[in-house]
Design a binder for this molecule. Structure first.
Ligand code: NAD
Length: 376
């Protein structure tokens, strides 16, 4: 029995791998079961949204939060913000299990980390949920503007994707113009809809899909004046469209062996997190001659906005920083091409360099860096 306990202990630590800290949050009275994962705080306190999802098991929730928090370290490093990678998941169905008490309880757990972890919305959670959490802690970002936050992150996220798209066109076609090109866009949610409308306004042809019929109808109403350039296809057909760029703006993990085989495009640029089912799928794209814009670089607009809240929300500054995605992605394409490596490999090398630079910097003790309430 003793031996078995020992084995289980080792397994948990093996699973959390390179993560710094994993916190299980349990408040039965508030119906809260959540996990906060802090991957790496070399660059600053961990930052990452909180996802609510009806996970089939605690193991599945743990896998998801570990994977997502590691992705946030890469995203923060590449966007040059002084935050590290973290993420949280709440186990439950966002359609029926949410209560204000649950989010207040979650806020208390976030507060107990004393600023090692900042969080806000993600899939399954809304700004309103975090108004409740913010009653218990100051470490919440992305609140509505009326509550002192920077508001809707899908706006800078969509802007960042447009800059990445322009850079991709520049690299492939020697012109950054969006017009005259064909795009296949998956997912007409907050981000996808904004991108699709922008592309239509710019004079592009856009194939769209969504699993939600009402979302498509709402989009078509908005896109009324560009009807001739919009084509609605089924969720499966979107992979087969003969287009210049495929744009995954729905779920993660959509690029795998079978979908990549179907693709008939020159590039992939989209907002979804963790688009590749496996990192090796980057090689499949490379072998097929499809240029891939790493998701954690191009979809960083929202992160840039919430990270900017530490200086007081400023839309101009956020836009300026989001614009830098254009140069960053163009340089990355050139680097990958020169070294004959995938863009994912080039991006991973770059982010590892940024962490290393920070580790090597003089990181001496400064009393002023301690929280005010700790100075006596
Ligand atoms: P959203 O929930 O508003 O929209 C997602 C849309 O995708 C929905 O309309 C949904 O019906 C549709 N969808 C789901 N599965 C689909 C499928 N298999 N085929 C076609 N459509 C499908 O989400 P969002 O805020 O627009 O974000 C889109 C993606 O971008 C997500 O992966 C998100 O994690 C990522 N992202 C968003 C932000 C942000 O600021 N909102 C920032 C970074 C990354």
């Amino acid at each position: 029995m003793k031996q078995l306990e020992h084995l289980q202990e080792v397994d948990v630590f093996q699973k959390i791998g390179g993560h710094e800290q994993v916190v299980f949050c349990n408040d039965p009275k508030a119906g809260l079961r959540a996990i906060i994962a802090i991957h790496n705080t070399t660059l600053g306190p961990a930052l990452g949204g909180t996802r609510m999802y009806p996970y089939s098991s605690v193991d599945a929730a743990l896998d998801d939060v570990l994977r997502l928090s590691e992705g946030m370290t890469a995203k923060c490093a590449m966007s040059d913000v002084d935050f590290g990678g973290g993420k949280a998941v709440i186990i439950g169905d966002p359609k029926k299990d949410k209560t204000p008490a649950m989010f207040r309880a979650f806020g208390q757990f976030v507060d107990s980390l004393n600023g090692r972890f900042y969080t806000g919305t993600d899939m399954g959670t809304t700004m309103n949920d975090f108004i409740d959490a913010a009653k218990e802690t100051n470490f919440i970002n992305g609140l509505p503007e009326a509550f002192g936050g920077s508001g809707d992150t899908s706006i800078p996220t969509a802007q960042g994707i447009i800059y990445a798209l322009k850079a991709t066109n520049q690299f492939l076609f020697q012109t950054s113009a969006l017009e005259g090109k064909v795009y296949a866009l998956q997912g007409l949610g907050k981000v996808g809809r904004k991108i699709a409308l922008h592309l239509l306004e710019a004079g592009a042809e856009v194939y769209v899909t969504d699993i939600n019929e009402s979302v498509i109808s709402e989009f078509l109403e908005e896109a009324n004046t560009f009807q001739s350039a919009v084509h609605v296809v089924s969720p499966l057909e979107i992979y087969q469209v003969n287009a210049d760029v495929f744009m995954p703006c729905a779920m993660g993990g959509v690029m795998n062996e079978s979908t990549i085989q179907m693709l008939n495009v020159k590039a992939v640029v989209g907002s979804a997190n963790n688009q590749l089912a496996h990192e090796t799928d980057a090689e499949l794209l490379y072998e097929k001659g499809i240029l891939y814009a790493p998701d954690y670089i191009v979809n960083a607009g929202g992160l840039i906005q919430v990270a900017d809240e530490q200086y007081g929300a400023n839309k101009k500054r956020v836009l300026q920083k989001t614009k830098s995605i254009y140069q960053m992605i163009l340089q990355l394409y050139a680097e990958a091409q020169a070294n004959r490596i995938t863009t994912v490999e080039a991006a991973n090398r770059k982010y590892a360099r940024r962490l290393e630079e920070q580790r090597n910097r003089n990181n001496f003790y400064s009393r002023n860096r301690r929280p005010k309430w700790d100075i006596n």
